[in-house]
Design a binder for this molecule. Structure first.
Ligand code: ZN
Length: 454
């Protein structure tokens, strides 16, 4: 049984943090507030930290706070805040929280709300962080669906337009996985809902279908949810063309300004149609460890090549990284950045009973730090590490990627807040096979072959 206490002191950062019963509780509360405004926020001060202008969102929050008896302080764009003087979001949050009870934050970079919540002792509400999330907008969409149609479960909802870059669409589709809605996705092929979203629908057992013909989709629908396809996308690109550079990953917030949305019960749409209104760095040379390629690449298929001996000189002191995936050895060396002058022996594409092929590295008089070993584990999750002292193996164990970690990798999303705030990336392992991690801030999934090490 959900009560108001369950929300006490809680951040609102992503829609995924709210369960179905919590969402329904919020909708009931909104319903009450729509009829009876009061003094719930009397004596409370709410700060609107809008690092980019968004008049509608800011005014809707400020109006809600005012109607509930509270007052607002804040700024409406970064240029008039201390950000213009080089202050970070973390600095601003630390200072402003001293003057208020709640932070409402909007920022063009993805993951900013999560970062602000880390530095704030008071709750943070995400009012839009780049192309990432705008959870309260999704709450309003749910509220509108329920108010107009009397329910959310079982609704037949057609999403049409730019489904690829529309933040609002992604969030609402995600939340609808908790309600038994029937989803129809109508878009040109290059603006389809992203694969990871489709996969999530499959995993949740949500009924959905994809179409390109809006006219065919609408007659059965209860609700049509439209996002505007930006003119350059629709005009310049044919169905098979990729979207323009500004809308591609890396500048995903290019689409941020796009969508004045239309959320209409289909009845209203049908009425409008009847009225004729329907519209549809490489390392510098000379630095780094000395490499002695002791065992070279060997192709077992070739009858001309001698069988490798795999006799590796004994190491007196140091570290042996073994059972590295074939191809991982040289990448490990590049990432480890061992001190200049370190002697390293490398074996590439060696035969291995358990792995077929493997790489192997011996590092003389050097023991890896925990962070270095974790980096090797991220490159080659099933490798082993042995510590050699006086020709004896004093410790040997398997290397496993940490479940959650900070600082080993860089987020590959250029729109992520970690780059502008200059803080170490923070990640969780999303899948072990194939190895994929997710940035804690912008929630971008990064597969192992795209890892960039810090
Ligand atoms: Zn990120």
């Amino acid at each position: 049984m959900v009560t108001a206490r369950d929300f006490l002191g809680r951040d609102v950062l992503t829609v995924g943090e709210f369960r179905r019963d919590e969402l329904l509780f919020l909708l009931d509360a909104a319903d009450k507030f729509e009829r009876v405004t009061g003094t719930l926020l009397a004596g409370r001060v709410v700060a609107t930290l809008f690092f980019e202008p968004s008049t509608r969102t800011r005014l809707s929050f400020e109006s809600a706070v005012g109607r509930l008896g509270g007052s607002c302080i804040g700024f409406a764009e970064a240029g008039i805040s201390s950000m213009a003087k080089g202050e970070t979001v973390a600095d601003t949050v630390r200072v402003v929280q001293g003057y208020c009870d709640l932070l409402l934050l909007r920022h063009p970079k993805e993951g900013t709300a999560r970062l602000a919540a880390e530095f704030a002792d008071i709750p943070v509400v995400n009012c839009g962080d780049g192309a990432h999330q705008h959870p309260t907008q999704t709450f309003v969409d749910l509220y509108t669906l329920r108010r107009e149609c009397g329910r959310i479960d079982g609704l037949k909802i057609v999403f049409a337009g730019d489904l690829r870059y529309g933040r609002a669409v992604h969030s609402l589709v995600h939340v609808l996985t908790q309600f038994k809605a029937h989803v129809t996705l109508v878009s040109p092929p290059f603006l389809r809902l992203p694969q990871e979203q489709l996969r999530a629908l499959d995993e949740m057992g949500v009924e959905y279908r994809e179409m390109t013909d809006l006219e065919a989709a609408v007659p059965e629908a209860d609700v049509l949810y439209m996002t505007r396809v930006q003119q350059p996308q629709a005009g310049e690109a044919g169905d098979r063309d990729p979207p323009p550079a500004a809308a591609r990953d890396g500048d995903r917030h290019g689409s941020r300004r796009a969508p004045p949305r239309r959320l209409l019960p289909a009845g209203a749409l049908r009425r409008r149609r009847a009225e004729g209104a329907h519209r549809a760095a490489p390392r510098p040379r000379g630095e780094g460890p000395m490499m002695q390629p002791q065992l070279t690449t060997h192709d077992e298929e070739s009858p001309l090549m001698p069988k490798p001996t795999q006799q590796v000189a004994k190491l007196k002191e140091g570290t042996v990284l073994d059972h590295l995936r074939a191809g991982a050895g040289l990448r490990c060396l590049r990432v480890l950045k061992l001190p200049p002058g370190t002697t390293v022996l490398v074996g590439i594409n060696l035969s291995s009973k358990s792995h077929g092929k493997k790489d192997l590295i011996k590092i003389e008089r050097y023991e890896l730090s925990e962070a270095e070993a974790a980096k090797v584990a991220l490159i080659s999750p099933d490798a082993t590490i042995s510590i050699i002292r006086d020709y004896k193996v004093t410790g040997k164990h398997g290397l496993h990627p940490p479940i959650a970690f900070r600082g080993l990798l860089k987020c590959t999303n250029p729109a992520c807040i970690v780059h502008t705030e200059r803080i170490p990336g923070s990640f969780v392992v999303e899948s072990r096979e194939p190895l994929t991690v997710r940035c804690d801030y912008c929630e971008r999934s990064i597969p192992a072959d795209q890892f960039e090490f810090a």
